[in-house]
Ligand binder design. Structure first.
Ligand code: GLC
Length: 736
């Protein structure tokens, strides 16, 4: 670095084009190549000018996996680690050094335009799946880039909105996945987000990029900006953002001026380039793969699709065992499947299955009707669909969101299915009650008008290249659906906690999201929902029994839970046992329960399986804003164990008597009531040595009560001073 002329260093602080960085004739070794995205690698066959990098025509083929929503719906850590590994291998085949994914923001409203590209509404599930994915990618000596750091949960005005958030909500929810993945999987890269955080652009926020990321979390990797996110490059370089993407930078002259004027020093420039030099060195040893087995990878994508599909409703019409059944396959999505959301996650699939063709492989009598084209339909198309429905035993109605409504860069205008699709559905159900609805969407839908008239509903998300046989295998029972919802399906958008404010154009307030997001909101406030977080049906009947809570021996885990599962059916099944933790500590704001552990268990037909879930200390943690770290407060907690957030089969109280006692950093200006709450020994001391305090004194400051004693009770000044000194010492000691 020392040998490089300063102009070359300045050049290196930006990308070279969209997908390369650190390209320099003065550097040994090749440039660093990056490529999107979370569902598969998006590589261009030839250099793409900045203008049309979303033009997909000259993309190289790659495995397009089911979307992040689908991956999280598998609740299968090992499977998603393998997905990461496969994408890592395809990166090596195309000599991509860092994959620009996973996206680990949370689903804050079902209307979020990129929810398809994010895992869950819940930070713990997001962290667990993301950690597995990153470990998988990096096991191939290819980097993963966690994005978008941070609090980028709406697409509307994403380059401008200012997100206001309190520290606790930020750490316990929106930064939590970044914190856990950095701690447990060491991603090579972090992408700073477009938006502002508490008034400062994330890509120039020293609070985010230095204080939190570097100092508190000890992150050593590279920070790139989101594409075009840098607003003031000098500030960005000084505040912890290393590479301004894409290149060439619009700020080159400004950086030169700043160096001349001394508002930016060469030392700061070197400091900003250090992690990138480390990455540049690291990638020189990554071996390009000479060949790749796309077919094998496609099969893996199919197994992800099988485990991602969530059976939402089934009155027994599924599985369809009789392959002579006359099937009416209705909906354009059956022939032109919705395989992904729009925008930078796009991939050109090496192989694209077609649901209709997959069904033709199995069923002999199939009629088809297009029924609609995206959002549009006509009377003729509806009439055709009705004719098919009339002639069929069972209708498979393919519907979901359209390209126009679920994509990066905009939020969804509503949660409904397209009106045209509903018109088709309502026309068909009048002459044939046997309708199975097959959904393709990236985030929750309002299904009120569909659910009462469907005999079964399959949530298939966006299944990528494997949008075909996996659906058939679930429909015929070759695969027993095991997907579980990673986000709540509320009845309607009006029930969502952020309905009045999502999306906002200027300022978005995340405060109180601790209890105002997803199931944290619905469960804490006892709202009815259409389908709860963690929900999903199976073809098998699985019972839970003998749920035991055993105090753990090793110091890391507090308690372990043993559950017996019995599969009464003649079909093998996977069951995801879920464990939530709630609190009973007065005045500590927490949702009714939070997901803190889960295990996906194989239960063979007609047999039992016993699963043990260890509950770690961190399951009881709270972010303490005074200590600026996660701590476990003393108190009583409740563990909930069940099939999903609304099907809890056992609860157990756990008393944590840890060192840290929860209380605010009180001072003598606080009401005496706080002394009673958090320092009861002092409160009792005062009452026994002087007199009981009356109700109207509870909100008076501590100093005032003590002084009033001196005046009225003639307390010896020395004793009072000593008492105040002792109380103050106690307060200060626990405020550390
Ligand atoms: C986009 C996205 C980001 C993506 C990048 C490169 O704007 O926000 O996720 O990786 O630009 O395509």
């Amino acid at each position: 670095m020392g040998k490089l002329p300063i102009d070359e260093k300045i050049k290196l602080t930006s990308g070279q084009g969209n997908w390369h960085l650190f390209e320099s004739a003065l550097l040994e070794g090749r440039s660093i190549n990056v490529a999107d995205g979370p569902h598969g690698v998006r590589v261009y066959g030839k250099a793409v000018d900045a203008g049309n990098f979303l033009n997909q025509s000259n993309l190289m083929p790659a495995t397009l996996f089911p979307s992040a929503s689908a991956m999280a719906s598998t609740w299968n850590k090992e499977l998603i680690e393998n997905v990461g590994k496969i994408i890592g291998r395809e990166c090596r085949y195309y000599q991509i050094d860092v994959l620009l994914g996973p996206g680990i923001n949370l689903k804050r409203s079902p209307l979020g335009g990129r929810n398809f590209e994010y895992y869950s509404e819940d930070p713990y599930l997001t962290s667990t799946i993301a950690e597995a994915f990153v470990k998988g990618v990096q096991s191939e000596h290819v980097g993963a880039c966690i994005k978008h750091f941070g609090l980028n949960e709406q697409e509307t005005m994403r380059r401008f909105v200012d997100v206001k958030v309190d520290e606790r909500t930020m750490h316990e929810m929106y930064l939590y996945p970044f914190y856990k993945v950095i701690k447990n999987a060491q991603p090579w890269m972090v992408m700073s987000s477009y938006n502002r955080l508490n008034g400062v652009y994330a890509s120039e926020s020293s609070y985010l990029l230095k204080d939190i990321l570097r100092k508190r979390w000890g992150y050593q990797g590279v920070v790139v900006s989101d594409w075009g996110a840098v607003q003031d490059k000098v500030k960005s370089l000084k505040n912890g953002m290393n590479i301004d993407m894409p290149g060439p930078s619009a700020f080159e002259s400004k950086v030169k001026d700043a160096l001349q004027q001394g508002t930016l020093t060469e030392r700061e420039l070197d400091e900003s380039l250090k992690p990138v030099f480390d990455l540049h060195k690291r990638i020189q040893t990554t071996q390009k793969l000479k060949d790749i087995n796309f077919e094998k990878h496609h099969q893996r994508a199919k197994s992800v699709a099988e485990e991602a599909i969530v059976l939402l409703e089934n009155d027994g019409v599924l599985p369809i065992k009789n392959h002579q059944t006359k099937l009416g396959i209705v909906g354009d999505f059956a022939k032109h499947p919705r395989i992904n959301g729009g925008g930078s996650a796009t991939v050109r699939p090496y192989k694209q299955e077609i649901p209709y063709d997959a069904f033709k492989e199995v069923f002999d009598n199939i009629d088809y009707a297009q029924a609609y084209q995206e959002e549009e339909t006509t009377d003729a198309l509806i009439a055709e669909a009705v004719d098919v429905a009339k002639a069929s035993d069972i209708v498979l109605f393919f519907t979901g969101t359209t390209k126009a409504t679920e994509t990066e860069g905009q939020d969804r205008p509503h949660m409904m299915l397209p009106v045209s699709h509903l018109n088709v559905f309502n026309a068909m159900r009048k002459i044939n009650k046997n309708i199975v609805v097959i959904l393709s969407n990236g985030s929750a839908l309002d299904l009120r008008s569909v659910r009462p008239h469907s005999r079964a509903i399959l949530e298939t998300w966006f299944l990528g290249g494997a949008a075909g046989k996996a659906i058939v295998d679930v429909v015929i029972g070759a695969v027993n659906p095991s997907g579980r919802l990673q986000e709540t399906f509320p009845y309607m958008v009006e029930h969502t906690p952020h309905y009045p404010t999502f999306p906002s154009l200027e300022t978005v307030d995340y405060s109180q999201d601790l209890i105002m997001n997803g199931y944290r909101f619905y469960d804490t406030h006892r709202y009815e929902v259409l389908y709860p977080f963690g929900y999903g049906l199976s073809y098998a009947t699985i019972d839970y029994s003998d749920i035991r809570f055993v105090n753990a021996s090793d110091n890391q885990s507090i308690i372990s839970v043993e559950v017996t599962l019995e599969n009464h059916s003649d079909i093998d099944a996977y069951e995801t046992v879920q464990l939530y933790v709630g609190k009973n500590i007065e005045y500590l704001i927490k949702p009714e329960k939070e997901l803190k552990a889960f295990e996906k268990v194989f239960v063979r037909a007609k047999s039992k399986a016993i699963v043990t879930i260890k509950v770690e200390r961190e399951a009881f943690e709270t972010y303490d804003t005074r200590r600026q770290q996660f701590v476990v407060y003393n108190g009583c907690y409740t563990i909930h164990v069940g099939r999903h957030s609304r099907a809890i089969y056992a609860t157990h109280s756990v008393d944590i008597t840890d060192k840290v006692t929860f209380h605010p950093a009180i001072t003598f200006d606080y009401p005496i009531k706080f002394l009673k709450l958090y320092y009861p020994h002092w409160y009792e001391y005062i009452e026994t040595h002087y007199r009981p305090l009356r109700w109207h004194e509870q909100e008076a400051p501590i100093w005032r009560i003590l002084n009033s004693y001196q005046r009225h009770k003639g307390i010896d000044d020395v004793i009072l001073k000593q008492l105040m000194k002792d109380i103050k010492a106690d307060l200060d000691a626990s405020n550390k």
